[in-house]
Design a protein around this ligand. Structure first.
Ligand SMILES: Cc1cc2nc3c(=O)[nH]c(=O)nc-3n(C[C@H](O)[C@H](O)[C@H](O)COP(=O)(O)O)c2cc1C
Length: 349
């Protein structure tokens, strides 16, 4: 079957996320965080409980999950089937890519609903733009029997795209959606991070779950600039706050403090732990797992997920933390280089 222009874009995102993986990961910003060693853990690995409770409704078995990536094409359907199979096997939550194509082109819906079919009992998050209509959001939630809805903020991506949106009036819409929808709403960036001011505005709009999705991993400026062959906005290739910077921005907000999710450039279990130390209550991983799946196949992804789960138990033990959320108040850290300068200038430490 001929695929639409939007479906082709989904395929290009998959292939360009892989093709630009190395360039996007030149700097590993989590290296600028050093954790202070605890020589007296006073616990054993069997004491660790890796479960995370996000607000009253979302019970995660592990402190990381498969973050929003795809849907809408034949290739996306294959990827979603495998990711959902692995999510079910490892008891990990999973988010789909944006369902806007499923709303516009109903024929593409099976490439999303395959996630729920493969993972009937797991936590599944739907995903749409923050500008979506209430009706589209309700349809997306119903299609996936979604446990939560992610609303993405992707102004930098859209403005890099030749065919992208040029109007970004989101906050009032987000406010209405949070009030009207029956599931938790997670507002997320797509790899450009968030400032303290953005997070405060989201909180004031009633948002309780915020995924700061920072720079340092999948880079949609790079991806869209490659797609637009010189007509994009190459100045944005290094735009935005890194994931550690965004976590430091979020960390100073109290009363109410939001439930913070980290994503963007998380490529190993120690990054998951460091994100927890900086205040993340769970962590989303997209590009790194996609890269393993596409380059090395499903068995390699299966082994990698086992390794991450096992290493997270060991690292939590080393740090003397029975639960992931203990990290933020029990583990000290020091910041190095640019991250330290950033934190000082922004008065975050
Ligand atoms: C191929 C691909 C497609 C993506 N599509 C979406 C999307 O539809 N909606 C969304 O909110 N984020 C999307 N993202 C962004 C991720 O959810 C995440 O915020 C970002 O990639 C940073 O995480 P990472 O460095 O682990 O990839 C996509 C990421 C990838 C790799």
């Amino acid at each position: 079957m001929m695929e639409s222009q939007q479906a082709n874009r989904k395929n290009e995102h998959l292939s360009l996320a892989i093709a630009s993986f190395k360039q996007a990961h030149t700097h590993h910003y989590f290296n600028q965080i050093r954790l202070i060693h605890n020589a007296l853990p006073e616990m054993s690995t069997t004491d660790v409980d890796p479960r995370v409770q996000l607000g009253p409704h979302l019970h995660l078995e592990w402190p990381f999950y498969l973050e929003a990536m795809t849907g809408g094409s034949n290739q996306a359907m294959k990827v979603n089937r495998t990711l959902a199979h692995q999510a079910a096997r490892h008891h990990l939550a999973i988010a789909t890519g944006s369902l806007s194509i499923a709303i516009r082109e109903p024929a593409t819906r099976p490439s999303f609903t395959v996630v729920r079919e493969e993972d009937p009992a797991g936590l599944v998050f739907a995903n749409l733009s923050a500008g979506t209509s209430l009706q589209a959001a309700q349809t997306a939630i119903k299609l996936l029997h979604a446990d939560a809805l992610e609303l993405h903020l992707n102004a930098a991506q859209e403005l890099t795209m030749m065919e992208g949106d040029r109007n970004f009036h989101w906050i009032d819409n987000i406010k209405c959606l949070v009030k009207a929808l029956p599931v938790p709403i997670i507002v997320k960036e797509v790899g450009f991070g968030m400032s303290q001011q953005t997070i405060r505005r989201l909180l004031a709009a009633g948002v309780r779950y915020i995924n700061i999705s920072g720079r340092g991993g999948t880079n949609f400026a790079l991806i869209e600039n490659r797609r637009s062959h010189g007509l994009g906005l190459p100045e944005l290739n290094k735009w935005g706050q890194t994931t550690p910077e965004s976590l430091l921005e979020a960390r100073v907000i109290k009363d109410p403090s939001p439930t913070i999710i980290a994503s963007g450039g998380i490529i190993n279990p120690l990054d998951v732990i460091k994100a927890g130390v900086l205040g993340a209550q769970t962590v989303g991983v997209a590009g790194y797992f996609l890269n393993i799946l596409i380059r090395h196949g499903e068995n390699a992804l299966d082994e990698e997920l086992c390794r991450w789960q096992e290493e997270i138990l060991r690292l939590l033990t080393l740090l003397g933390c029975q639960r992931f959320t203990d990290l933020s108040h029990r583990v000290d850290f020091v910041l190095q280089g640019d991250l330290y300068d950033y934190a000082r200038q922004r008065k975050l430490i």
